[in-house]
Design a protein around this ligand. Sequence first.
Ligand code: 9MR
Length: 373
Amino acid sequence: MKTNKLLYVIFLSLTVLCFVEKATGSEKSALKDVFKDYFLIGGAFNHNLVSGEDPNAAEIAIKHFNTATSENDMKWSLIHPRPDQYNWEPADHFVDFTEKNNMVPIGHCLVWHSQVPRWTFRDDSGNQLTRDALLARMKDHITTVVGRYKGRVKGWDVVNEALNDDGTLRNSRWLQIIGEGKPEQQYDYIAKAFEYAHQADPDAELYYNDYSLSTDKEKCDGAVEIVKYLKSKGLRIDGVGIQLHAGLDYPDKESLEYCINTLAATGVKVMVTELDIRTQRRGYRGADISRINRQNTSDPNAASAEIQKKLADKYAEIFSILLKHKKVITRVTFWGVYDRTSWIRWGSPLLFDRNYKPKQAFDAVINTVQADM
Ligand code: 9MR
């Protein structure tokens, strides 16, 4: 009787183990092995993943990725919520996690118009800061954050999303105050951010990062202008991040290739920094979260076989282009790990579904390497 019970327990445990294994796809090849001769491959990690509260997500990440970007915890409003208060713990967890698991950590992001507290632009009496005072505040922030992770974080998204879709500079508080409305000062805040980041960690790579670069040619040209400006001032810029928040029918091959070639021609590395694919067909295509949330469109068909096939095809198309440009593309990072925690709450944007299972798109991505050989 005892032996029977024991056998039953063993049988049950094995069944459960098999299920967990299948569920997280541990029998599949690891993305980082498959792409090792091409580029680094990674994901954006949220706090639950790096702090141990989402162990299945961590398991996927550890198996498949050799680079990671902090999804939110290094953004100004989270890491520096009040003038004299830094909140290091979540970002420390992120960097510790990447080191423990041999991943290249990427810091995101130092200067952005979004997720920056109001006090950043005001003095103690609530008046708008002068250009010099804002530059001093920006310097203090960058020096403190980059300095803390000096020699550990490999590269930083120094300036994020400074461009409008037509390639002109976004009229952010940074531009308004530091640019003072003078055309000759319009790139100053970007240049200063790169200068301060380089001073804080001379060995860190420095990136400009934006969305819709591969759908809007003018925007891509705008990023080229930024690179050229920084280079003309002798400042360090190592790469441009094409976020690549894609959809089932965009970007088209031609504009993605235009973007990769045009950026690479400036001599910088090209990185895909926030890859995902929206399965919902209509509506706004950019990555401005407030517009996405306002839209609030659900996608009841996201899990259907038809949509999953289209998703797999689009991922395969994108990866075959990325492989073709492997000489200039150094990193490909998904914006998230699995669908349930994606910022796109209503679709099926990533390679792993809401239950951590690899999707058809996962196999399609792996197969692009075989096709390239
Ligand atoms: O994925 C991030 C989400 O959790 C945050 O709520 C949001 C806040 O702005 O930012 C998301 O990440 C954005 C990234 O930092 C910059 N590019 C666009 C990304 C999606 O909005």
